[in-house]
Design a binder for this molecule. Structure first.
Ligand code: GAR
Length: 207
């Protein structure tokens, strides 16, 4: 049984997509054991409790520096014997201390086709605003393994989504979620659960 921990900050629709994919059997032999939010009022916490999943709030504000925050998150995940960590709309940057013992065991979903519109400052609606300001005709979503360098870890899956002429950031965000994020995140977790992902340098081989 794959024990999954999910880090969230907001609405938690990607968390929901993972919970639903486990419930339907799309992700076999896995369970979300723990949801951690760095925001007290994240709706994702309600989703966790509605699915009977344990949750905790660990806020960066409670620590004197980011390394201590990283270690507190890491301790909570290790205590719950988590095998795979999913960042799902988690709006904090994790430092090297977080990753000890978790190399190639942390995934993130990003709402653009990395390396476009990624890195520090590109998160949530800001990504879609930048895509529209650039006049892109196509955007999408990416799932990747997380390393201390923001949005730069090995890519697992990507999916393209059309940008429409009458889009605003909200309509584009919704389409990217529906057509890409909620599909490729569960698919990537399924591949991990089936032992089908191998990282060679910067490339992820899917067997
Ligand atoms: C999602 O679009 C996710 O890709 C993005 O925030 C949204 C969270 O939604 N994450 C980032 O921008 C991280 N760099 P959710 O809370 O409903 O899953």
């Amino acid at each position: 049984m794959l024990r999954i921990g999910v880090l969230v900050s907001g609405g938690g629709t990607n968390l929901q997509a993972i919970l639903d994919a486990i419930a339907t059997g799309e992700i076999p032999d896995a369970r979300v054991e723990l949801v951690i939010s760095n925001k007290q009022n994240a709706y994702a916490l309600t989703r966790a409790s509605e699915s009977g999943v344990a949750s905790a709030v660990i806020s960066g504000k409670s620590f004197k520096n980011s390394a201590e925050f990283d270690r507190a998150l890491s301790r909570a995940l290790h205590a719950a014997k988590i095998d795979l960590v999913l960042l799902a709309g988690f709006m904090a940057i994790l430092g090297p201390d977080f990753f000890t013992g978790l190399e190639n065991k942390v995934m993130n979903v990003h709402p653009a086709l990395i390396p476009a519109f990624s890195g520090p400052g590109y998160y949530g609606l800001k990504v879609h605003e930048a895509v529209l300001a650039t006049g892109c005709k196509v955007t999408g979503a990416s799932v990747h393994f997380v390393t201390p360098e923001v949005d730069a870890g090995p890519l697992i899956l990507q999916k393209a989504v059309e940008v429409r002429q009458d889009d605003d950031a909200e309509t584009l965000q919704k389409r990217v979620m529906e057509e890409a994020e909620w599909k490729i995140y569960p698919q990537a977790v399924r591949l991990f659960a089936q032992g089908r992902l191998t990282v060679h340098g910067h490339q992820v081989i899917i067997s």
